[in-house]
Design a protein around this ligand. Sequence first.
Ligand code: ADP
Ligand code: MG
Length: 707
Amino acid sequence: MSSIKTTSILGTPIEFLKGVGPKKADLLKTELQIFTYRDLLEHYPFRYIDKSQFHRISEIQSDELPVQVKGKFKSLKEVGVGNKKRLNALFEDETGEIELAWFKGVQWVRNGLNYEEEFVVYGKPKRFKNTWSISHPEVTKVNEAKLKLTPFKPVYRSTEKCNRTGLNSQGIESIVINLLQLLRHQIPETLPSEILEKYKLPSKEEASIHVHRPRALALLQRSLTRLKLEELLFLQLILVSNKVKVTTKMKGVTFKKVGKLFTEFYENGIPFDLTGAQKRVLKEVRHDVRYGAHMNRLIQGDVGSGKTIVALLTALLGIDNNYQVCLMAPTEILAIQHFEGISELLKNFPITVKLLTGSTPKSKRKVIHEELASGALQFLIGTHALLEPVVMFKNLGLAIIDEQHRFGVKQRARLWGKAEITPHVLVMTATPIPRTLAMTLYGDLDVSTIDELPPGRKPITTVHKTDSSRLHVFGFMEEEIKKGRQVYVVYPLIEESESELLSELKDLYDGHEALEKRFPRPEYQISIVHGRQKSSDKEYEMNRFIKKETQILVATTVIEVGVNVPNASVMVIENAERFGLSQLHQLRGRVGRGAEQSHCILITGKLKSPESKRRIQTMCSTNDGFEIAQVDLEIRGPGDIMGTQQSGALDLKIADLAVDQKILAKARELAVNILNDDEALAKPKHASLNLELQRLKAFKPNWGNIS
Ligand code: ADP
Ligand code: MG
């Protein structure tokens, strides 16, 4: 009974709340997407200031965070008149002085201050000549401050516009206080008591109150954990139940036998021994495809870990069982390379392999379409061109997608639609993501990890150079080329706007010109490849490099994924500060593929932002893709890493996938256990879970589509 009543009060439009007039209501809606009481309740503080700690004035060091100091006023001076009137003050503790200034409400502020009593001053310090100063600090009398129940002051996200209308952090705090008074005993529990007891978690009501009005650190922490766990648990319940539907309810094709092609290739066709990790992943894949359940598996493995061969072996299993197979790559260069590499490996096998990309001529295309329909074509490799509706298979049994992060969920689903029974799906990505995050973002995918590089690879050395030492870099390139090696020089081409594109292309061509001067023909040959070229030119230039006709390849990030030229041993990245970490790691992965010692040289201007410093430092200190992925996650946040689709879709209110991975793993485990025990959430003990889940499904339709 009470739950019906509470649902309705949480759904109350925000303009009904005390302290929220029509103007503020409008801003809350348009600026902060707060429409109801519930939205405000879930507008959690994004951090807290510990008000129980005081800084000594002499020890203030940085202007990055606000400080809190305790002391007395030494001087209070009103200067100027009318609009220009301001209040300047000197404030001191036993260690030093700080300047305070007010430009607004001067009279009112002045009236509250005096020389006799002790005050607490709080605000963001700025260095001005040799002293620190704070504009518009918060000032409270010490005895009042002592009375305050909240040593941890919540800080709320707000916007410029809201700030101007009194809805700064403080303003939001005060309407939240009004709300909490109204909601006493009206916030329904959403978790089963079993879970609350087992993990000693506060109730929903208690937790909601404490995150907004924290009284003690331990309780605040438990409240945060509870709300994060709850949020992630519901997300996982949706993801896990989707996955159960896909893998157990959806019939898959069965690759029953391990046939001749597979066995023959496994024994005689692979030019090296598989690593232990490759064998393990292959086993996982074979287990999936053998029993008639639908496979939906992600293989993640660092650049160069050898994912292709695992995919190829899986393809052979499919072809052995009379199914067609396709492999889709995100760029034409990569598709061509896969086609050539795989054709070469399969040259002694009776398998028809063809390439289909945007630039395949019409006549050839027509033949491919016919052969696909008749079943004569067994293995099709290509780009997005595979997704076009005219491309229809006779019996597609396996779709392999390379470099998943370049493709969206919808595109994957389009491949599924190309067969009567959904084909098995094998996705490969070289953007390693922490396992727990993978579970969330690819909720319906099983994840296999190739966590071992083929033997004999020497770790790539990475150094950072500034623009001014480019001549040294050229010298180093020359030495390597004299040893018979090849060199990549990469420029960013981000193409965010037409004017940016032009200036970036100019950088690329200027760079090319400088290199041609330093490395003149005919002794040296240089290829140039970028995304705006005709694909025939691209292919021609790329091939010259692959065939060692050119020693240097000047390129944009089109070469980022997958390209494999083992003789190339130097990767020079220009304007490296403009690349993201995972891009840098991908680019670096283009070298270190042969037996030679390889080098990566990151060239930047003077590094300004702490993020770009951290990125470059990380690159110089580790080759481990997982470590890099973790740093990337911390710098950019998970949404960015996964690209546009997932970022908005998750819309988490309190959990942070970059830092809450332990809680996430726990949520996953709980979700699996709960659904194993009671798939429909029909048991009485799961009533509250079920109710909340239904509500969330209605409000967060996107959670059902993540994969
Ligand atoms: P990625 O996982 O980045 O796609 P690839 O599949 O392109 O990596 O493999 C990178 C290189 O390593 C290729 O030249 C491939 O032939 C080679 N390779 C793959 N597995 C092994 C192995 N077990 N031993 C030696 N070389 C291997
Ligand atoms: Mg690859």
